[in-house]
Design a protein around this ligand. Structure first.
Ligand code: ANZ
Ligand code: ZN
Length: 874
């Protein structure tokens, strides 16, 4: 028997090397077994793997290893989401070329990933910044262009006048550029967009079929797509108050029922009527400029105080020519939605209510909740958006909201002004087309040429890829491609005249919208996919990633798959059959007296009489234990995967991550619990070694029958096997681990017994140990390989088949019957499944509850309904 401790540092690299050399995780596209595609969101090569990656990839790895053992042809690839701004920032700050920086990071991180022991098919690896990858992306862009799925469009963008660059909404902070601090301007620029809105309805409807997606993710997508049914209404403007050339205002509303509660009209600062009114009103012009400065990011608009400016224009109520409503320019009305204009009904819309309360415009409730007296129903600070009956609404009074909506729509549809009806039903989507132009260097070049004569000319296929020049400088602000002396100057492929390349590159979300399809055949040099291979290996059966990508990345990928279908690269609509969003890794924070944060590695935490206490390792100063938060550099509450793996080994890190919380919840990193996992590893090692000793004396052939001890152990083993198998399929990993621990205790108890075990028990011990090792192999693959050898098994456990469950061992051997006395329930009785009636009767009559209920009466009859009821008739 070994007394040696399991040495992860020695074992883990050894097994990793062997897996690698034998290429056992490389999957083949012509494998005839059913496929299973497991994918974790690929990492951005920031420089180092963080602990969140370790969790993400471990979750996927457990599933991949399990499905492989179950006999599937598992596809489990890895690559790099390698374009993006940080590489350019590194170039500016550290004078390293974006390409070199990126590929260096990839090399470092790949080494780190290997040290986790992931069952990845590295033969399919690529980075999105490889020209061999983005060449196909450029090809698809051109396909989309020809199919009308990509277009050029004038769009409003955030312009930083100092950095001379376009900023994403997130880069605008309080109306200023995040880097330069300059006041950001709104500019109209030609941008490339993907026509995702062509699929709005389809993307919405198909969510219903994604039954292996979290409900919350589907809901987020639904809200993002934001379908609403409503009415367009043309309000006539009072000509005495209206700038020349303007005569009506068209609004979009989802609540036409509330028309009699209208108190004002509001238009966006970008609305043509606002521009017209501002022409003669400098104060209004200034207000408009201020609103535009704040920007158009939704969060800003949602949180900013509602503000408006009365234009002096009056609109006329569609049901009452004498009812005039003031028209305001308001900061909460977006030009990009509906018509950029609304009517405000403060009693039933909170924004409108905040607005009228600020400008003293009053409110009239027009929907009264059931059970409320309309006379006393008033609204002050909280708008009422619930159900009810119409009040204060003339011909609508007494109707339900739905009836009133219908009535207003009908009346306004049939009323004509000019040649058109005043009202028109409309379905609106919040979803906008996807603007993909970025004025950045480190991205996929958009493969078009601008010719003064021929306008936009696609780069011919045989000239793809349009590669990024490497001799670029970052000493000037703006897009390095634009500054390059020669790159953009080309001859027009059509007329041969002087022309310029497009210098915008694609949004990096484009890169990640089809990488999963590329993984199915990354070797194809001629086209993005090999359609029949893609159709066979896709969809991804289980996709795993952070909830922060629940909206954009998943929606763009769903769009892209449809667009690829439309252009002949794949034949399906939905890329991800199963989606799982994992929780974060969080950690408590530590602060010194002066408020500065220190890292977990710098402190010692002890648990004493007064609870937990933390001191600095260096010097012993007491530090405050703060809130448990998402790991972040600023709070210094991070742990480095390299340190953890060096100290405990990858298996311990993997086991801890899996055991402590359900995978969709946050897991609190705790050194104490990691040490617990480490002790468990040693315990398993000891038990397997002890089992191996017993296995040596076990008969090779399966005994013809098993005694009670052996049977008990076998039931525990197959019970655990059953529960862990179904748990892994449902990604309930923490539950699986609990079952493994429980089973370990059963085995330990058997091994702890005195004396030499009988042959049948020895055989059962060997079986149990083999099953145990296979159960934890997906979670702790290195330890499992080592144990596999100790147990004398041949080959690699990573290639072994999942053990067969013996179902008859799962059947409970007792049954519980309801006990009645004269038809009334008095309790229950548990008897052996095989018990005969006399035995059952004796057990029932011995029950105190039965004796009590009989009250001394003699028993006339006992009726046994097999497996269910025993009725005692007295
Ligand atoms: C009158 C009204 C009364 C409204 C009421 C709501 C409640 P969804 O569901 O998101 O489609 N709206 C329309 N266009 C807008 C724009 N460009 N910017 C800001 N708000 C706009 O929302 C539709 C509702 O949002 C519309 O219905 C309109 O206000 C407002 F008790 O019209 B409603
Ligand atoms: Zn030309």
């Amino acid at each position: 028997m070994t007394s040696e401790r399991y040495n992860a540092r020695d074992s883990e690299p050894r097994w990793q090397r062997q897996w690698d050399e034998e290429a056992i995780f490389a999957s083949k596209n012509d494998d005839s077994r059913p496929k299973y595609y497991v994918l974790e969101m690929f990492p951005y090569p920031s420089g180092r793997i963080h602990i969140g990656h370790v969790r993400n990839y471990t979750l996927g790895d457990v599933l991949a290893r399990f499905m492989r053992a179950k006999g599937f042809n598992v596809l489990h690839p890895m690559g790099w989401d390698a374009f993006g701004l940080p590489a350019e920032n590194a170039a500016i700050e550290r004078k390293v070329a974006p390409k070199a920086w990126t590929y260096d990071n990839i090399a470092t991180m790949k080494k780190q990933l290997r040290s986790i022991g992931l069952s990845l098919d590295w033969s399919r690896e690529f980075a999105t910044c490889d020209p061999a990858y983005y060449k196909h992306q450029q090809k698809m862009f051109l396909d989309f262009l020809r199919a009308g799925l990509a277009e050029r469009e004038k769009r409003k963008i955030n312009w930083d006048p100092v950095d001379m660059t376009v900023l994403a909404n997130e880069q605008v902070i309080d109306g200023r550029g995040w880097r330069s601090g300059a006041v950001v301007e709104q500019r109209e620029m030609n941008q490339w967009v993907f026509k995702i809105t062509k699929y709005s309805q389809e993307l919405l409807d198909a969510l219903d079929s994604l039954d292996r997606w979290p409900d919350k993710v589907r809901l987020m997508q639904r809200n993002w797509i934001g379908r609403s049914e409503g009415l367009l209404i043309r309000f006539l403007l009072d000509s005495a108050t209206t700038p020349a050339g303007e005569s009506e205002l068209k609004i979009f509303t989802t609540r036409p029922d509330t028309l009699f509660g209208a108190k004002f009209m509001a238009i966006s600062a970008d609305h043509p009527l606002a521009q017209a009114a501002a022409a003669k009103n400098p104060q209004l012009a200034e207000f408009i400029a201020e609103v535009k400065r704040i920007g158009t990011a939704q969060e800003i608009i949602d949180t900013a105080e509602k503000q408006g400016f009365d234009t002096g224009i009056k609109a006329i109520h569609p049901f009452d020519p004498n009812w005039k409503l003031p028209v305001y320019v308001a900061n909460f009305v977006l030009m990009e939605y509906g018509t950029g204009a609304i009517f405000g009904c403060p009693a039933h819309d909170q924004r409108d209510l905040d607005f009228v309360n600020k400008y003293n415009l009053g409110n009239t409730p027009v929907v009264c909740p059931e059970g409320q007296d309309p006379k006393s129903f008033v609204i002050s600070d909280t708008a009422y958006d619930g159900d009810g009956r119409m009040i204060n609404s003339r011909f609508l009074d007494g109707m339900t909201i739905e009836q009133a909506k219908e009535e207003v729509a009908k009346r306004l549809e049939s009323e004509v002004r000019g040649n058109a009806p005043i009202g028109e039903r409309q379905v609106n989507f919040r979803l906008r087309d996807w603007g993909i132009s970025r004025q950045r260097y480190w991205g996929c070049p958009i493969p078009v040429i601008h010719c003064p004569k021929c306008d936009v000319v696609p780069v011919p296929d045989d000239q793809l890829p349009v590669t990024l020049p490497e001799d670029v400088t970052f000493d000037k602000p703006g897009n390095a491609l634009d500054h390059h002396p020669t790159w953009k100057h080309v001859t027009c492929p059509k007329c041969g005249g002087k022309a310029q390349r497009e210098t915008d590159t694609m949004d990096t979300f484009v890169d990640s919208s089809w990488y999963f399809a590329r993984f199915t055949d990354p070797w194809n040099e001629r086209s993005p996919t090999t359609p029949d291979v893609a159709d066979r290996m896709m969809p991804v059966d289980q996709y795993i990633g952070g909830v922060e990508h629940a909206i954009l990345h998943l929606l763009y990928s769903r769009f892209f798959t449809r667009a690829m279908k439309a252009t002949g690269h794949i034949s399906m609509d939905e890329p991800f059959a199963g989606m799982f969003t994992q929780g974060m890794v969080v950690h408590e924070t530590y602060q010194k007296a002066d408020g500065t944060y220190v890292t977990p590695a710098e402190v010692k935490v002890e648990t004493g009489g007064n609870g937990r206490r933390a001191t600095l390792l260096d010097g012993g100063e007491e530090v405050t234990i703060g809130a448990i938060e998402k790991m972040s550099k600023s709070k210094k509450n991070t742990v480095d995967p390299d340190d953890i793996i060096a100290t405990y080994g990858a298996d311990v890190a993997r086991w801890f991550m899996l055991s402590d919380s359900p995978p969709d919840r946050d897991v609190i990193w705790s050194d104490e619990r990691v040490q617990g996992a480490s002790r468990f590893v040693q315990r398993l090692w000891r038990l397997v070694n002890e089992s191996a000793e017993i296995a040596k004396i076990a008969p090779a052939a399966r005994p013809a029958s098993f005694g009670a001890d052996a049977l008990g152990l076998r039931k525990a083993a197959h019970g655990a096997l059953d529960k862990v198998s179904s748990g892994i399929e449902r990604l309930h990993f923490n539950v699986c681990l609990a079952h493994i621990r429980e089973f370990t205790n059963v085995l330990a108890e058997v091994l702890g017994r005195e004396g030499k075990p009988a042959p049948d028990l020895a055989w059962a011990v060997r079986e149990a140990a083999i099953i145990l090792v296979q159960l934890f192999a997906p979670m702790m693959p290195h330890l499992a390989e080592e144990c596999w050898q100790v147990l004398g098994q041949s080959g690699l456990i990573s290639e072994a088949s999942w053990p067969q469950i013996e179902r008859d061992l799962l059947v409970e051997d007792t049954v519980t019957l309801v006990v009645q006395v004269n038809g009334k329930k008095r309790g229950d009785v548990t008897v052996p499944r095989v018990a005969q009636n006399p035995e059952i009767e004796a057990a029932v009559l011995a029950l105190d509850a039965v004796k009590l209920a009989l009250g001394g009466k003699t028993v006339r009859k006992v009726i046994v309904v097999p497996m269910r009821i025993v009725n005692v008739v007295g």
